[in-house]
Design a protein around this ligand. Structure first.
Ligand code: CA2
Length: 147
């Protein structure tokens, strides 16, 4: 069976494409999911794509990946900079984790410069816009011996 990758998206990413295109691009989260689904098929990977505005729901999604998903790609959005529960949940996940940001957070406000998730991440991708999701899937395929 194709190894499953869970792509988990945090708060406000459901608004992508509606505002701030100069920071986050014009693609919607639906566009990104579609591109990831096509690429995952080409790479021989299964895909679960999830978004929530709620920290606990993100923790639940990470816990649900245990024993089911081979890897996690996560854009924790604003929770990157504030949540301890999300990295705690990721610590209990056995596979590779890739942290992803559409924007280069280091070019932005100082409060975005620290990530609580990076210490658990096998890779961090940022500043590549929507393409970052595809880069993350390609890296995940390589880490899983598929790329
Ligand atoms: O660059 C990223 O991907 C971020 O994770 C996005 C988060 C931000 O808090 C992080 O510092 C960096 C914010 C996502 C909000 O997305 C919106 C999209 C359209 C309109 C409003 C918000």
């Amino acid at each position: 069976m194709a190894p499953r990758i869970d792509i988990i998206n945090g708060p406000n990413l459901n608004l992508l494409g509606e505002r701030e295109p100069e920071i986050y691009g014009r693609e919607t989260l639906g566009d990104i999911e579609k591109a990831c689904t096509a690429l995952a098929t080409r790479l021989g990977l299964g895909l679960h794509f999830f978004q929530s505005n709620h920290e606990g729901a993100l923790v639940d999604a990470i816990q649900a990946a245990r024993g089911q998903a081979a890897g996690i790609v996560i854009n924790p959005a604003a929770y990157t900079h504030s949540s301890v529960a999300i990295p705690d949940a990721l610590a209990a996940f056995e596979g590779p984790v890739i942290e992803l940001h559409l924007s280069n957070v280091h070019r932005r406000e100082a409060f975005r410069h620290h990530s609580h998730v990076s210490a658990r991440a096998d890779a961090v991708i940022m500043g590549c816009g929507a393409q970052g999701y595809e880069l993350a899937l390609m890296r995940m395929a390589r880490l899983l011996g598929r790329g």
